[in-house]
Design a protein around this ligand. Structure first.
Ligand SMILES: Cc1ncc(COP(=O)(O)O)c(C=O)c1O
Ligand SMILES: Nc1c(O)cccc1C(=O)C[C@H](N)C(=O)O
Length: 412
């Protein structure tokens, strides 16, 4: 049966998550399909930031490190995020950026496997993951080799020299979802540690770090967790590894007694040793608002809606835009994708710019990807009708050929 606007509106009426949309500020006339890159602003965030500014900073001044427990905020928000990624309390800390946390945990993983010299990762992994691995290998005296392989070749590449398997759970371009349990199990049978990048998973797909016995993970605060541009990242270290770990950056807030002001470093117990310097309290407060919304949304319903949105988007594009040079770049089966759908088009960049000019905001990824993020808390089924109608019109009219849509901007 063909998709119609009426059928999609009927799905919106039955949608148990529909009330969440009102918790976000979404500009009139915009269909926002980029929450996988920068989540929208929760309506509660400005008030929370204002309270931290006025009362905690303005009135409380430095006393707020104790009175408002600013000092405990990275671990508190970490424990809240733990509830979203299947991790126990005390195993997640909010700190730094995803790139920095990748460096910290990859270095810690390599230090736990000193006799092994290979970092195994995937072709098409997010560039920062690859660059961090390259930079770290150089820093360690070029002793390590980085092996990039297609996903289907990873398991057979797990040989005795592989120290760490570094993977992004959901691929940023294609949206393909790895089987975390199977890959972690295969790595462990080889004595290899696994570091998962959850940038496109946390808050979007079910993640069970403890159930999969994952070793390390990092994740992003500004995508599906809606923490705002440049929101701090989080990191996870399995409790069984925390005692023996050696982080490459040992700052004063990772010390067992930061206010002892000792000359020598000895690490805090548990996940606290992963901290480096003073956390950004305003950014943490904003992130906490987004995380608390995500915690109220049942993950099973989020995943179901995400899969359904993806299936409908794929079917609607096939229905409305046949023969328009669009090729699905995302696995067709919902079980194998995250919360985005991507299409290839030879002129993806100007096509996306034309869509954005009409208020349908997705993004372009080199060389030829039109990427649509599906955030079940804010997207209505009927929004897909509007998005695909605009896509059809842009492709039919050839409007994307106009010079204005071809001018490359710095951030795509
Ligand atoms: C998979 C993945 N890892 C890491 C990052 C980078 O994180 P950051 O720029 O916050 O360090 C991103 C996106 O920016 C990403 O998509
Ligand atoms: N972090 C970003 C930024 O500072 C500007 C523009 C985009 C981003 C992104 O997050 C990109 C994103 N990780 C991606 O999946 O492509």
């Amino acid at each position: 049966m063909a998709w119609t606007l009426a059928r999609l509106e009927a799905l919106d009426r039955e949608d148990g998550l529909s009330a969440f949309r009102d918790e976000f500020r979404l500009p009139e006339g915009v269909v926002y399909l980029d929450g996988n890159s920068l989540g929208p602003l929760p309506r509660g965030t400005p008030g929370r930031i204002a309270a931290v500014l006025e009362q905690e900073w303005g009135d409380g001044l430095i006393r707020s490190w104790n009175d408002a427990d600013w000092i405990g905020l990275p671990a508190r928000v970490g424990d809240q995020i733990a509830g979203l990624v299947g991790a126990p309390a005390g195993s997640v800390l909010v700190a730094d950026s995803t790139s920095v946390n990748l460096f910290k945990l990859l270095a810690a993983g390599l230090a736990l496997r000193p006799e092994r010299t290979v970092i195994l990762t995937e072709d098409g992994n997010f560039p920062t993951d690859l660059y961090v691995a390259q930079g770290l290998a150089r820093h360690l005296g070029d002793r390590h080799t980085i092996r990039n392989l297609p996903p289907e070749a990873l398991v057979s590449a797990l040989r005795p020299d592989v120290a760490v398997l570094l993977l992004t759970h959901v691929n940023y371009r294609t949206g393909a979802l790895h089987d975390m349990a199977a890959l972690t199990g295969a790595a462990h049978r080889n004595g290899t540690l696994v570091l998962w990048d959850l940038a496109h998973s946390a808050g979007a797909v079910p993640v069970d770090l403890a159930g999969c016995d994952a070793d390390f993970a990092v994740g992003c605060g500004y995508k599906f967790l809606n923490g705002g541009p440049g929101a701090p990242s989080f990191l996870y270290v399995a409790p069984r590894l925390q005692a023996g770990i050696r982080y490459p950056i040992t700052g004063w807030l990772g010390h067992a007694e930061p206010f002892g002001f000792h000359a020598d470093f000895w690490p805090a117990a548990g996940i606290g040793a992963a901290a480096i310097g003073t956390p950004s309290i305003l950014a943490l407060a904003a992130l906490q608002v987004g995380v608390e919304i995500a915690l109220r949304a049942p993950m099973r319903a989020v995943r179901e809606k995400s899969c359904r949105l993806g299936d409908i988007l794929i079917e609607l594009v096939a229905q409305e835009c046949p023969d328009r040079q669009l090729a699905l770049a995302t696995p067709r089966e919902a079980a194998h994708r995250g919360s985005q759908v991507s299409f290839r088009h030879p002129d993806a960049y100007p096509v996306m710019q034309a869509l954005i000019a009409h208020g349908v905001i997705g993004d372009f990824r080199t060389p030829d990807i039109l990427r649509f993020g599906l955030t079940p808390l804010t997207i209505r089924y009927a929004d897909l009708w509007r998005a695909v109608s605009v896509l059809r019109d842009v492709l039919e009219s050839g409007e994307w050929r106009r010079e204005v849509h071809r001018a490359r901007r710095l951030v795509t």
